[in-house]
Design a protein around this ligand. Structure first.
Ligand code: GLA
Length: 387
C-alpha cells in the first residue's frame, strides 16, 4: 500500500513537471523501472549508479590524473559512460607547427576509453581563445604577421580538422566543432581571429563542413556558455543554429556548458533554458557542468547543509529537465571533471561535482541527480539532506 501511494506521488510529480514544461510539444516521460526509487525515497546507495542513466553521463579528464591516479581511473570506469579531454584535444595542445602534430595524449585517452568501454566526445576543434591549449602559437604568429587570404585561412582550418577528425574516425563519436563564438550581449567576438579572417558565420559553417567530410558518422556540436542566463546570447545562438540548419550545414547538436555559480542561481532557470533549447530540434548536451558552491574562492566558506541541498536541487533540475527532451535528442550530461577530489581547488574548495573528495558518490547531490534521470523532479523546497 505504502509503495502504491509512493508510485502515485512519483507519477503526480512527473505529470506536474511535464505539464509545466509543455508548451506546444507533447512529451511523455517514461520513468525507469529501477529498484532504488520508490516515491522518491532512495533505497540503494551503492556507487556506480550513473552508468544506469538513460543517456550518457560523462566527465572531462586531465591527462596527468588519467595516467597516474588509480582512484581517479577507477571512479571513471565505475561511474561514467563517456569521457572528454579537459585540454588534450584542443588545437593548441595538438598542433605544434603546421606540419607537426602531437597525438600522444589523445591516443592515450582514446585507448583508455576503448579499454573501459567508454565513448569519447572530442572537445574542441576551433576556439577563438588565445590560450596555449586552445590556440597554437604558430597560428597566432601567422595572424599577427598579416598572413593569408580568406581562402588560405580556410585551408589552414580544413587541414587541421581533416587531420584530427580523420585520425580518430570511428573512435571519437562526437565533436565540439566550434566553441564559444558569441558574447553575453549577443554580439560576435571581435577578438576571434577565425571570424576576422574567414567571416561570421562562414567560419563556423566551414568548420562543420570540414568535420563532416572527415568523419560523416561523427555527431557535430556547437558548444557555448550562457544560454541559461544571458537572454541576448540565447537569441543569437538560436539564430545561429537555425541558420545553420537552413543552410544545410551538418550540425547535430548544441552543447550548453553549464559552469554554474550556485549562490546566484534560482529555481527553474535551467529548466527554462533546456525547454527553449530543445525547440531547436537538435541534440542537447549539458557539456561542462560544474556547480560551484564557493565561486569566489572565499576561504571562510564551508560546504554547509544549505549549500549541499541547493546543489542537489539544481543537479536534480538539470537532469530531470534533460529527461524532458525527446529521447532521441538527449545526447548526455558531461561534468567538467571527475570528482571534487580532482577539481584542482583544494585550497578554497567549491565542491562542484557528484563524486566527492574520496571519489565516492556525494549525498545528497548524486542521489538527486539519479532521481532526475528517473524522471523525478523535486521542487527545491522539498530537497532533504539524506534522501
Ligand atoms: C570553457 C571551455 C573548456 C574549459 C573551461 C574552463 O568552458 O570550453 O574547455 O577550458 O572553459 O574550465
Amino acid at each position: 500500500m505504502k509503495r502504491n501511494i509512493s508510485f502515485i506521488i512519483i507519477n503526480l510529480c512527473m505529470t506536474l513537471f511535464v505539464a509545466q514544461a509543455q508548451n506546444t510539444e507533447t512529451i511523455t516521460i517514461e520513468a525507469n523501472k529501477d529498484t532504488y526509487i520508490y516515491g522518491g525515497v532512495i533505497t540503494d546507495h551503492t556507487p556506480g549508479r550513473l552508468k544506469s542513466a538513460p543517456f550518457p553521463i560523462g566527465a572531462a579528464v586531465s591527462m596527468d590524473n588519467l595516467r597516474n591516479n588509480t582512484r581517479y581511473k577507477e571512479a571513471i570506469a565505475r561511474e561514467y559512460t563517456s569521457i572528454t579531454a579537459e585540454n588534450a584535444m584542443k588545437m593548441g595542445s595538438i598542433w605544434q607547427a603546421r606540419s607537426r602534430y602531437n597525438f600522444r595524449d589523445v591516443d592515450y585517452l582514446v585507448d583508455f576509453a576503448e579499454q573501459n568501454g567508454l565513448k569519447v566526445h572530442g572537445h574542441a576543434l576551433v576556439w577563438y581563445k588565445k590560450s596555449s591549449t586552445s590556440m597554437p602559437q604558430f597560428v597566432l604568429d601567422l595572424h599577427e604577421s598579416g598572413w593569408g587570404t580568406k581562402e588560405e585561412w580556410k585551408e589552414l582550418m580544413r587541414e587541421y580538422i581533416h587531420t584530427v577528425v580523420g585520425r580518430y574516425k570511428g573512435r571519437v563519436a562526437s565533436w565540439d566543432v566550434v566553441n564559444e563564438s558569441i558574447k553575453d550581449d549577443g554580439s560576435e567576438r571581435t577578438e576571434d581571429i577565425w571570424r576576422e579572417h574567414i567571416g561570421y558565420p562562414d567560419y563556423i559553417d566551414w568548420a562543420f563542413q570540414c568535420a563532416h567530410e572527415a568523419d560523416p558518422d561523427a555527431l557535430l556540436f556547437y558548444n557555448d556558455y550562457g544560454y541559461d542566463y544571458a537572454a541576448a546570447k540565447r537569441t543569437k545562438t538560436d539564430e545561429l543554429i537555425k541558420g545553420m540548419l537552413e543552410r544545410g550545414i551538418p550540425i547535430h547538436g548544441y552543447g550548453i556548458q553549464a559552469h554554474i555559480d550556485l549562490p546566484n542561481r534560482s529555481e527553474g532557470k535551467f529548466k527554462d533554458a533546456i525547454d527553449q533549447a530543445k525547440r531547436l530540434g537538435v541534440m542537447i548536451h549539458i557539456s561542462e557542468i560544474d556547480i560551484k558552491c564557493n565561486p569566489n574562492a572565499d576561504s571562510s566558506v564551508t560546504y554547509t547543509e544549505a549549500l549541499q541541498k541547493k546543489q542537489a536541487a539544481l543537479y536534480n533540475e538539470v537532469c530531470a529537465s534533460m529527461m524532458n527532451v525527446p529521447e532521441d535528442r538527449r545526447f548526455g550530461i558531461t561534468q567538467w571533471n571527475v570528482a571534487d577530489a580532482s577539481s584542482g581547488l583544494s585550497k578554497n574548495p567549491d565542491w562542484p561535482y557528484l563524486l566527492g573528495s574520496d571519489y565516492e558518490p556525494k549525498t545528497p547531490a548524486y542521489d538527486y541527480f539519479v532521481k532526475g534521470f528517473n524522471g523525478v523532479y523535486i521542487p527545491w523546497s522539498q530537497v532533504v539532506l539524506n534522501p
